[in-house]
Ligand binder design. Structure first.
Ligand code: GDD
Length: 419
């Protein structure tokens, strides 16, 4: 048994700017761990897992420190396989098929690198092996009618879990069951992907031969090109679970994923949430042990505080992520915001995002990927982001704004992007 984690590359992180200018998106901390460390943690708990392969087009130098850390921490073989051009969600897997097939594993997990969940991998494995003809099984969950069309939609035979129809991001409602971006595939999936590759019309234009569609010849989408044709063939199955699940696409969804992941991590690792800080803590709050927090600060719910952060007296933070080595001075208020690394926020300031708080009872993120600006050219409600190395003077109000790295803010801003 192996696992593949798909992490994409830099051009996939554009909705995540300016945060992705400093940290590759797969390494952005959610509930105190880089996003894909949650995946690695779940995979390492599978006793029969031989190897984890991370496939993406980030340069290896951006991943190396993280890889060395997780290899030691989880005692599992982890390798990074770099795509030199983006090959799509099945193209990379196909390109590196010999690496996946090495050692003759029977099957392998495929995990989208931008989802946050409890990853019920054992359940998916137990489900998949009972389906004798299954080539691939998808983990699915239920979404509401309106939200479902933003995902891969699945129609299933409820009794057997066989997928009879699969439509990726349909233009109108198809089914409330959505693809969670977690799969278990048999090794026999490769001939299926090869069929897609070789059946392409010869005159299809690719980037290699001039004015094409901008995609590499080997670019293959798992969802549209493999899952959709497999539906109804008796080889595609789905395991539906009602579970905590979130996707990290933009800053607002990172806040929501942080909320979900904090709850899951607190259950699985209560020791990481021990009462070693004397400040007031409300709900789920992760504080890195190296942070220094004043006793009079009030944190939570749903806050993650990174390495070496200093939080002074009277500070109030909720629904936010504070990245490493940042200093928040006295009596500042931070709500629905992400504060980048090595940033300094002065006294009595107010940093606030206005993104609509999603319903906490929903099993997955209901935050829309709203465009940055509405039709009148005004910024849509969003999460306030302070890029790394910025500094904010005292008594500043920063409302629904995005600040690029290394800025010095000496006045207040509302609904602005500060370049
Ligand atoms: N290695 C590699 N190469 N990874 C890729 C590539 C690629 O060319 N393209 C995308 N990925 C990675 C992304 O980084 C992300 O982690 C994951 O694959 C999903 O890719 P997206 O293209 O962003 O798809 P999506 O999130 O809009 O939709 C997919 O995920 C949803 C669940 O999170 C689909 O699978 C949907 O059906 C699904 O509901």
């Amino acid at each position: 048994l192996k696992a593949v984690i798909l992490v994409g590359g830099d051009n996939k992180g554009t909705r995540f700017r300016p945060l992705s200018l400093d940290i590759p998106k797969p390494l952005f901390p959610i509930a105190g761990l880089p996003i894909i460390e949650h995946h690695i943690h779940a995979c390492s708990a599978m006793s029969n897992l031989e190897e984890i392969l991370i496939i993406g087009s980030y340069h290896i130098n951006e991943m190396i420190t993280f890889l060395n850390e997780v290899k030691t921490k989880y005692h599992v073989t982890i390798r990074y396989l770099q795509e030199f051009v983006e090959l799509g969600t099945a193209g990379g897997i196909y390109h590196f098929r010999d690496q996946i097939r090495a050692g003759n594993p029977e099957c392998f997990f495929v995990l989208n690198g931008d989802v946050c969940a409890d990853f019920p991998l054992q359940q998916l494995y137990d489900f998949h092996i009972t389906k004798k003809d299954a080539l691939i099984s998808i983990l699915s969950t239920e979404a509401d009618r309106v939200e479902s069309v933003n995902y891969g939609c699945i129609v299933t035979d409820k009794g057997t879990g066989e997928v009879t129809h699969y439509v990726e991001k349909p233009s109108s409602y198809v089914s409330p069951l959505i693809n969670c971006g977690v799969y278990l595939a048999n090794i026999e999936i490769f001939p299926q992907i090869a069929t897609v590759f070789y059946s392409r019309p010869k005159n299809e234009n690719f980037s290699g031969n001039g004015s094409g569609n901008g995609k590499d010849q080997g670019h293959i989408q798992l969802e549209q090109e493999v899952l959709t044709p497999l539906a109804g063939s008796g080889k595609l199955y789905t395991l539906t679970l009602n579970m905590k699940w979130a996707q990290v696409k933009n800053a607002a969804s990172a806040i929501y994923a942080n909320r979900q992941a904090l709850e899951l991590r607190r259950k699985s690792h209560p020791e990481k949430f021990s009462d070693q800080f004397n400040c007031t803590i409300i709900g789920n709050v992760f504080i890195h042990p190296t942070a220094q927090i004043s006793e009079t600060a009030v944190l939570g719910p749903n806050v993650s505080i990174g390495k070496g952060v200093i939080i002074a007296a009277g500070v109030r933070i909720r629904e936010s992520i504070i990245l490493d080595d940042t200093f928040i001075d006295e009596h500042t208020l931070i709500i629905h915001s992400i504060i980048g690394r090595k940033t300094k926020v002065g006294k009595w300031s107010r940093i606030e995002g206005t993104a609509v708080d999603p319903d906490p009872n929903k099993p997955f993120a209901k935050i829309k990927n709203l465009p940055l600006f509405n039709t009148e050219g005004k910024m849509n409600p969003s999460t306030t982001i302070l890029g790394h190395n910025s500094s904010v003077a005292s008594e500043i109000i920063l409302l629904n704004s995005i600040v690029l790295p290394s800025k010095e803010l000496g006045r207040s801003f509302k609904n602005e992007i500060i370049l």
